[in-house]
Ligand binder design. Structure first.
Ligand code: TXA
Ligand code: MG
Length: 340
């Protein structure tokens, strides 16, 4: 039975102290929903072995029923509990990169109900690199299923304030903690096929995985409208601000000119224009460091929503390291890509 710990209207705001984590863990054990920080983005957690609680995650987020969740562990030894078999590659990568922003897709064991994986025979699993997340999972005593703690379709939350914006009254509690240092979701790596395949570029750079495995690693082609994409999440337009976003790609000089022209054009029409990269750069004092861009991306998108901009214009970023993930999110958020 699912026990709602607080009334429908209330969402408990918890500190990240030991006492609060015990309360948060008790909520999870009883089948409730708790948003918690990770090093990537905030997650919306429920017991991964409680099918009813997992269904409530989908309801709270308004998440399409066919988009599976990631299972979070506090100890890599629990891998054999959630996966039917653990290939050597998975053990090796867990040793190298966990705790950290790598989710591995493996064959799902019967311990994890099908609801977690939206009916797929596989399961995505990771061990987050955040002391609060690890303590919470450990204290709950079960693996924790958690998608990003945003309303479906909105940019992922990198602060507890973003979680409250989207989910107040829909979840039992939020743990108030430091911001998420990476700021972009984990890399999802499928290890169930003939060769490893990146389903979603993320916090762990492709180059690091290639170096570790000593081979080139493919990137699943992003087809928004394909019926059976390798990862169900790929077919949804998500990570998005409310305003339409134009992404300008191509040669730098031409990009700058097109950016200026477009900005002038929309301003003349009376539109409030949000310049995403400029907003990064102002906050970063002109840095274009991809790690910093990743850490700020979703916060900037949300700020533009709050400011009520009518249109957002963004420029491409380099795709080395975490830049690949930033560019992936920009493309997904874009209503239009202008190649110049
Ligand atoms: O960093 C992260 O990964 C964050 C934090 C909270 O851990 N979580 C996160 O979860 O981003 P979510 O639900 O927003 O994204 C999970 C992605 C989706 O694109 C989903 O389709 C894919 O992982 N995924 C999950 N399980 C899968 C599976 N069994 N097979 C293929 N793709 C899977
Ligand atoms: Mg998400």
């Amino acid at each position: 039975m699912i026990i709602r710990v607080v009334s429908k209207k209330g969402t408990l705001l918890l500190k990240d102290s030991r006492e609060s984590l015990v309360i948060a863990a008790a909520i999870i054990k009883k089948g409730g929903l708790v948003a918690f920080p990770t090093e990537t983005v905030y997650g919306l957690g429920a017991s991964a072995v409680n099918a009813g609680a997992v269904k409530n995650i989908f309801a709270a987020k308004g998440r399409p029923a066919d988009n599976p969740l990631i299972v979070h562990l506090s100890d890599s030894n629990q891998l054999s509990l959630v996966a039917r078999e653990v290939p050597d590659e998975a053990k090796y990568l867990a040793d190298l990169f966990w705790p950290g922003p790598l989710s591995m897709v493996l064959q799902r064991s019967e311990y994890i109900p099908a609801e977690v994986s939206a009916g797929l025979p596989t399961v995505a699993v990771r061990m987050p690199d955040h002391p609060v997340a690890l303590a919470l999972i450990d204290c709950a005593g079960v693996p924790v299923a958690a998608p990003s703690a945003n309303k479906s379709g909105r940019p992922s939350p990198t602060s507890y304030r973003h979680v409250l914006e989207d989910l107040t009254g829909k979840i039992d509690a939020v743990i108030k903690s430091s911001i998420c240092k990476i700021g972009i979701e984990s890399t999802v790596l499928d290890l169930t096929g003939r060769s490893p395949l990146i389903l979603r570029p993320g916090g762990l750079p492709r180059e690091d995985l290639e170096r570790a495995l000593g081979q080139r690693i493919g990137l699943a082609v992003d087809k928004k409208n394909c019926l059976q994409p390798p990862s169900p999440g790929m077919k949804y337009r998500h990570y998005t601000p409310s305003a339409p976003l134009i992404l300008i790609t191509g040669r730098e000089n031409t990009r700058n000119q097109v950016l200026k022209n477009l900005t002038r054009y929309y301003r003349k029409k009376g539109f409030a224009v949000g310049l995403l990269n400029i907003s990064f750069q102002q906050s970063l004092k002109s840095s274009t460091d991809p790690e910093k861009l990743a850490a700020m991306l979703y916060g900037c998108m949300r700020k533009m929503d709050t400011a009520g901009v009518d249109i957002i214009i963004a420029e491409e970023v380099g795709i080395t390291g975490i830049g690949l993930a930033v560019m992936n999110r920009l493309k997904k958020a874009a209503t239009r890509v202008l190649r110049v």
